[in-house]
Structure formats: C-alpha cells, structure tokens
Write a protein that binds this ligand. Structure first.
Ligand SMILES: Nc1ncnc2c1ncn2[C@@H]1O[C@H](COP(=O)(O)OP(=O)(O)OP(=O)(O)O)[C@@H](O)[C@H]1O
Ligand SMILES: [Mg+2]
Length: 470
C-alpha cells in the first residue's frame, strides 16, 4: 500500500471536514427555517380559505326562512350551484337551531365545538365520510321579520385544494434552500482548493529540493495558520544542519588528526622491521607502543567528543549526588598524582549536592579537568577538587598549580584541538572541548580564573540550581 493512500484513509481531507462542519449545521438551520416558514405560510393560506367558508355560511344565512312559525331553509338549485359547487372539493352544510335541531343539510357533519365569546365563527378540522374536512361554524340570526332565534350554520369542505396549495408552497420553499446549500458546498469546495494552493506549491517546492539543501523554507505565501508549522520545520532543519555540520567537521578533523599518528605508527613499525639489532628493535617497539598509546588516547577523546555533542545527544537525566561522584572520581586519580608527587586534595560540601543530570558524562567531565590539572602541574604541586553549593547553584571547582593560562587564551582552550604553545605534555587538545560540551548539555557554565593562591588555574563548573527530587 502506498503511504499516501494509507494517510488519506486515516486523515479525512480538510475539504470534507469543512464541508461537514459548515453544511451539517447549515442544513439543520435551513430545515428549521423551512418547517417554520411552512407553518406560517400554511396558516396564512388556510386563513384565506377559511374566510371563503365563512362567506358561504353568511350567504346561507340569507336563505333561512320561516314557514308557519317553523324555521326552514330555501336554496334554489342555481344558488346551490354557485355557493356549494367547487371544481376540486366537496362542500357539505348543515343548519341547526341553537338547541341542536337540524333545520337543513347533512346530519352527519362532525360535532360543533363552542364558539369563543366575542367571535362569530369557529373553524376546525374533522372527518366526514372518511375524508379530512375543514369546517366553518357560524352563529347568526336570519334576517326575518319578526326577528328569529340565532341558528348554527356549518360549512364543511374537503381539503384537496388546501393540500395541493401546501405541496406547492413546500416545493417553493425547499427548492431555493436546497439550491443555497448546493451553492455553499461548491463555494466551500472551491474555496478550500484555492486556500490550499500555497500548500500544494510548498509541497512541490520541497519535493524538488535536494536532500543537501537545508536552507529555511520561505514562509511568505503560506497561510497564517501554516506559518508555525513552516517555522517548526525550519527550526528542525537548522538543527539537522547543525548536526550534519558537526558530523562533517568531525569526520574531516578526525581524518586530519589521525593521519599524523598513524603515519608515525607506520614509520616506527617499518623501523622495527628493518632493524636487526635486538636492542634497536626493542627501542623501535617502545616508540611504536608510545605512538599507539597516543593514538588510542586520541581515538577515545574523539569518540567522547562525538558522544557528548549536545545536538547529537538524547540526554537521559537522573538525580545524583555531585559530592559523592566528584569524590569517587578524584580518588581514581590518587595513584597517578602520587606517582607525579602531586598533592591531590578533595573538599566536600557540607550537605549532599543533588543534581539532575547524567552521572557518567559528569564523571567524564571531572576526569578531563583532573587529568589536565595533574598533567599540567609540575611535581610537588597541589591539585584540589572542591564541591560547594550556594544560591547560584552547585559548583565543581578544580584548582591546580600548573602554568597560568593567559587571559586571551581562556576562551580558545575550549575549542577543539587548541593547545597552548610551548606545551610539552602529550595531549590531543580535546579534553576541554569535551568538558564544554558536557557542561552545555547540563546547562552549566564554566569559568576559568587564576587560582586564589596566585599559582595555577581554577576551573569552575556551575550547575544551575534546579529542583531535584531525591
Ligand atoms: N589545568 C591546566 N593548566 C594549564 N594548562 C592547561 C590546563 N588545562 C588545559 N590546559 C591547556 O589547554 C590545552 C587544552 O586542553 P585539553 O584538555 O583540551 O587538551 P589536552 O589536554 O591537550 O588533550 P587531551 O584531549 O588529551 O586532554 C592544553 O593543551 C593545555 O595547553
Ligand atoms: Mg586534557
């Protein structure tokens, strides 16, 4: 399966999401609107037909007669046709006295409800001969002399006309609304395509890019919402560029730095092979061994440098006691210090100094600082490792009695392969670069000052005071 195809399946497109988000509520609103308007319009249309029924009832009232003291009804066939004949609907009527006696008409008309006081006519729905009918009930006095009692006239009409009218109304209401939704859908579909076109351009631009080009992506034409994403990608590219740059430099430096000792090794080996005198062979092998040791130191320092490059490291921090760690590490150097007749001392803080960090890397840092202090301090000198804590944070201090490092060199000695001129000690020039990397990794600051006793240097690493749970 192509990855894109899979992603499409997993991630609904922005278009369909927008369509859903806009059209579903819009359709719902329109539906409410249609239903509301339908009831209003139907009510208005019904009123018109109701008034017609009332008119018929009023007309019928004129045909109520009195014969021999009894109320009757007299409707000529012509008048009946005019009043009661309709093209579509059946019209029925019934005339009763107020006490319910049928005067004329159809006795099966649905029962009469009470007419509201102040009203002359009531309108209601009912069923007559299995058909839905609308009924107007009029209470009125016939125009007779002497005046007669009021009568109740019911006019019932089937609802064919009204139903047809309602259907027409519904169609007229729904059609424009459906059209509106369709147009909105098309506009959203096209609008989203238009809005996303800068993204498509961006995607094409990235697809055509060389894998070596890690320059930032131009965010000029991308929509504002996508700008943070472009910013994050650019940020990532800068970091990747940093890592790649470091690796490139590292490989170049390594090749360069290894060339000389490897050539030395080869030369000593050749010399040893050529010698026949066992004493000379042993001497040559001694040189070979020293060169191999130097090379081994260089290789291990190079590896340490690569291991601690802050951009390359996924730090795995855990709490540890700097007091304990510095003491244990310094103790490992006692035999060498003793051999070199250097007084190696350790001053602990009064309380435990908890740090959040990587103990193994901090050990590596202390090793490099103490190694330098012992290496560059002449015999009979003193090296002190001290841990203390104040409001600024935890301090690891390594002071020595070595050659004073000039002020204008104090920055540069932390650079890779930088060594002081006139330095007769062996070294690869990487120790302090490693110290600097590990300090950066721990957000720590390194300072280098003259030792307080006036002889030598003091390196101080200050770890920021961050809360650590024991
Ligand atoms: N405590 C010190 N006293 C005097 N000079 C020092 C001290 N520490 C470092 N230096 C100077 O700074 C240079 C850089 O030190 P760094 O530890 O980086 O490299 P190195 O000691 O030469 O080699 P290595 O990688 O084997 O440690 C040293 O060569 C030395 O000249
Ligand atoms: Mg060193």
């Amino acid at each position: 399966m192509k990855p894109n195809a899979r992603n499409n399946k997993l991630n609904p497109s922005l278009r369909s999401r927008l369509l859903r988000l806009v059209l579903v509520p819009l359709s719902f609103i329109l539906l409410i609107d249609i239903v509301g308007s339908y009831f209003v319009v139907r009510h208005v249309a019904n009123d018109v037909y109701d008034v017609e029924l009332n008119e018929i009832a009023r007309e019928m009232l004129l045909h109520v007669t009195r014969k021999g003291g009894q109320l009757g009804f007299d409707l000529s066939p012509d008048a009946e046709r005019t009043l009661l004949l309709d093209k579509e609907d059946q019209v029925y009527y019934a005339i009763h006295t107020t006490d319910g006696k049928l005067i004329a008409g159809d006795p099966s008309l649905p029962a009469r409800p009470a007419i509201k006081s102040g009203k002359e006519t009531a309108y209601y729905d009912g069923i007559l001969q299995g058909q839905d009918v609308r009924i107007a009930l009029l209470r009125g006095k016939p125009l007779l002399e002497p005046p007669a009692e009021a009568v109740m006239i019911q006019i019932a009409e089937t609802q064919i006309k009204r139903d047809r009218h309602e259907r027409a109304l519904l169609i007229q209401l729904i059609l424009p609304q459906v059209l509106l939704i369709l147009i909105a859908g098309i506009l959203i579909w096209r609008g989203v395509a238009h809005g996303l076109s800068p993204l498509r351009k961006l995607q094409q631009e990235l697809a055509m890019r060389s894998h070596l080009d890690l320059s930032p992506i131009a965010a000029d034409n991308v929509p504002g919402e996508v700008e943070p994403l472009v910013g994050a990608v650019n940020d990532l590219m800068t970091r990747v560029d940093g890592v790649l740059g470091f690796q490139g430099r590292f490989i170049a430096d390594t090749a360069h730095q290894l060339r000389t000792p490897v050539a030395g090794l080869k030369a000593h080996a050749e010399l040893a092979l050529r010698e026949t005198d066992p004493v000379q062979v042993k001497r040559a092998l001694g040189h070979l061994y020293t060169s191999a040791e130097r090379l081994s130191r260089l290789v291990s320092q190079l590896l340490s440098l690569a291991r601690n490059e802050p951009n390359n490291v996924a730090a795995n921090f855990a709490p540890f006691d700097l007091n304990q760690l510095a003491l244990r590490t310094a103790q490992d150097w006692v035999p060498l210090a003793y051999k070199k007749q250097i007084d190696l001392g350790f001053e602990t803080a009064e309380q435990t100094v908890l740090l959040n960090g990587e103990a193994a890397r901090v050990t590596e840092m202390i090793n490099n600082l103490v190694d330098n202090a012992i290496r560059y301090t002449p015999s009979g000198g003193r090296v002190t490792v001290r841990v203390h804590k104040d409001e600024e944070g935890a301090h690891l201090v390594v002071s020595d009695d070595g050659t004073r490092i000039p002020i204008d060199e104090r920055q540069r000695i932390f650079e890779r392969f930088h060594r002081l001129l006139g330095n007769h000690e062996e070294g690869s020039g990487l120790g302090l670069a490693i110290v600097h990397e590990i300090a950066t990794l721990h957000n720590a600051r390194i300072t280098l000052e003259d030792d307080i006793d006036g002889v030598g240097n003091t390196f101080t690493v200050t770890f920021p005071d961050t809360p650590v749970s024991a």
